[in-house]
Ligand binder design. Sequence first.
Ligand code: FES
Ligand code: FES
Length: 155
Amino acid sequence: MAAIEMAVNGQQREFETEGERSLLEVLREDFGLTGTKYGCGEGACRACTVLVDGKAVQSCITKVEALRGKRIETIESLATDGKLHPVQKAFLEEEAMQCGYCVPGMIMTTVGLLRSNGSPSTEQIIEGLNGNICRCCGYTNLLKAAQRACGRSKA
Ligand code: FES
Ligand code: FES
């Protein structure tokens, strides 16, 4: 067992667990944060994207033992005081979801992109979301939503 302490959505967490467990498993099964989705479980779809110290990572392949002292943000952290985060609003406004399974990962990737670059170009947005897989193939509206969120939409 490993003793882990990390901040999750602004709340300090101290717990003991097998250090080999994935962050995704701990978030969903121990903390009940099921907004982060399990897609492939092997780092290939980014459905499980969360932010670690402000950077987008695939939580399914990130072991909790590597996260001592880190700051984790999940999709549940975005809305505040009952108001959606601007990136969430952009995805709703562009109706960028069919089943919606990929959307938390898409949104967290977009938030991470905006943290590192406040005004990404369309090419940078496409590059940033490259690797986020949508099994419904809703890429047109997903890209529009990310563009809107990044201030690139003509709408
Ligand atoms: S579930 Fe993590 S990358 Fe697919
Ligand atoms: S909307 Fe269904 S996986 Fe993307």
